[in-house]
Design a protein. Structure first.
Length: 172
């Protein structure tokens, strides 16, 4: 089985910066990658004529993002297709505007796991209580909770892994 081409966040961010028209975003895109997906998120300028108030700004920002999504759909699909060929990963798009960030289409990847009885019982409790409708939804909820509640620890772990990767590239 052929391996996938390497896809670092920095390489992908540079590649997308070269491919995305300069008029689309008000600043550089942020790019997140994993073994299955690349997510590209760009900042849009806040509407200059939005009414006063937090709720009004949210409505205006959401409308700005929706308009961007519709207006750029075909061009984004072409760019994504090129990236998907290059890195053999799905490409998803997102945009932010003021306090709002919206993902357009993201990949839902099945993850195989073996759980012992006690762990399965946790998932079943989440289903029975109505927190989730299925084991996969319950497991996704659990992962989300760890990400939110242990965010600082996860960030430190990611930083350490980045350092390991940097040191590996310096090696023989």
């Amino acid at each position: 089985m052929a391996s996938r081409p390497a896809c670092t966040t920095d390489d992908a961010a540079a590649w997308f910066a070269g491919r995305i028209p300069d008029t689309w975003f008000s600043g550089p895109v942020s790019v997140r990658t994993d073994r299955d997906e690349i997510i590209v998120c760009g900042p849009l300028a806040e509407p200059a004529n939005a009414p006063e108030g937090e709720d009004a700004l949210r409505v205006a920002a959401t409308a700005r993002i929706s308009g961007f999504r519709e207006e750029t759909r075909l061009a984004r699909m072409k760019i994504a297709e090129s990236a998907q060929i290059r890195w053999q990963r799905a490409v998803s798009w997102a945009a932010s505007c003021g306090p709002v960030e919206m993902s357009f289409t993201t990949t839902s990847v099945p993850v195989m796991t073996r759980l012992r009885f006690d762990d399965r019982q946790v998932l079943e409790t989440l289903i029975q209580s109505g927190v989730a409708h299925s084991r996969s939804e319950a497991l996704a909820w659990c992962v989300s909770q760890v990400g939110q509640n242990q965010g600082e620890w996860i960030d430190r772990l990611r930083d350490a892994m980045s350092e390991v990767q940097r040191i590996r590239t310096e090696g023989p």
